[in-house]
Design a binder for this molecule. Structure first.
Ligand code: SF4
Ligand code: SF4
Ligand code: SF4
Length: 306
């Protein structure tokens, strides 16, 4: 019998769908006579979510009530739900919105951005889905069967996840961290200062973190080949927490304190507190992609989640 697959985007940017399309002709290795794509907003002009599909790929997290409704509808329809991309798995970059009140976000998006012309000076009040109190990963709202992290995830990972879902196999993610696959040399040096990524010129061979650059490699799940540090860019953590460290930021703080020994006080004149305070954007470093699924997933003084 022909198997049915659908894709949908919720609170995402469409980048994960572009990654799927980057499979090009390899898409044909999935969609053949036996497997039919029956719903996909960027590819097919169908308006109604099907009543039943074998596999659903969901891009994006939960940012508004429409997202909640659609996620629940897809869950009802699909035998297997795949969360595609870091927004769906962990909330992604939109999760940083949890640092603000919804009114502040709407004002910024619809009124005060430099390129916005809004003569009323108010966010629109019609045809706008109601925002949820905060951004959520998909798994806060529905059961997720397979997670494919990455911003965006690699086309190969998406292909393998769909194959596993169709054939009833387990989709396995690498258990190591980005450091384990990074080609840079670690000499075990302690960190004594934090640099901005644009400051100075990093040694092309040595670990960026040991040179003071804010690399999230120790706390991030492997699978990308360490492609950012390989070319001199610190890992921003787009593949989410490494195995066994559900809170990526906490995992990184722990790695800094142990592997990079920032808590050592034996050196005269070195103050670890001063070092911690010199981090220019701690949330942006530790939680850029995963704030919405962190142990504390929003700004604490926003009060309790309703
Ligand atoms: S994970 Fe990245 S590429 Fe995918 S929807 Fe989110 S922001 Fe876009
Ligand atoms: S901290 Fe960054 S640069 Fe250093 S080994 Fe890990 S991934 Fe590579
Ligand atoms: S190195 Fe880090 S930011 Fe770059 S692709 Fe890999 S996980 Fe993502």
């Amino acid at each position: 019998m022909t198997k049915k697959v659908m894709t949908i985007w919720l609170g995402g940017c469409s980048g994960c769908h572009i990654s799927l399309l980057d499979l090009h002709e390899r898409l044909l290795s999935v969609f053949s006579d036996d497997v039919e794509l029956v719903y996909s907003p960027p590819l097919l002009d169908f308006k109604e979510i099907p009543e039943h599909v074998d596999v659903a790929l969901i891009e994006g997290g939960i940012r508004n009530e429409d997202n909640v409704e659609e996620a629940e509808e897809v869950r009802e329809a699909a035998d297997v739900v795949i969360a595609v991309g870091t927004c769906a798995c962990f909330g992604g970059i939109p999760g940083l919105g949890n640092l603000f009140e919804n009114e502040e976000l709407l004002e910024r998006a619809y009124v005060s951005t430099p390129t916005t012309v809004n003569e009323e000076g108010e966010p629109p009040s019609e045809d706008l889905p109601e925002l949820t109190w905060r951004v959520h990963p998909l798994s806060d709202v529905i059961d997720v069967d397979i997670m494919v992290p990455g911003c965006p995830p690699s086309p190969d990972d998406i292909l393998e996840a769909v194959r596993c879902a169709l054939e009833g196999e387990e989709f396995e993610l690498p258990r190591k961290s980005v450091c384990d696959e990074c080609p840079r040399e670690k000499k075990g040096k302690v960190i004594r200062s934090i640099k901005r990524p644009f400051e100075g010129e990093p040694d092309p061979e040595r670990c960026l973190l040991e040179q003071g650059y804010p690399c999230l490699g120790p706390a991030t799940r492997a699978g990308c080949g360490g492609r950012c540090p390989e070319v001199g860019v610190p890992c921003a953590g787009c593949r989410g927490p490494a195995e066994g460290a559900p809170d990526q930021g906490a995992g990184m703080i722990s790695a800094l304190a142990s592997a990079y020994r920032v808590e050592e006080e034996e050196e005269p004149g070195f103050d670890p507190v001063e070092l911690a305070e010199s981090v220019p954007d701690p949330v942006g470093w530790f939680y850029r992609f995963t704030l919405a699924s962190a142990l504390i997933p929003f700004r604490a003084d926003r009060g309790e989640e309703p």
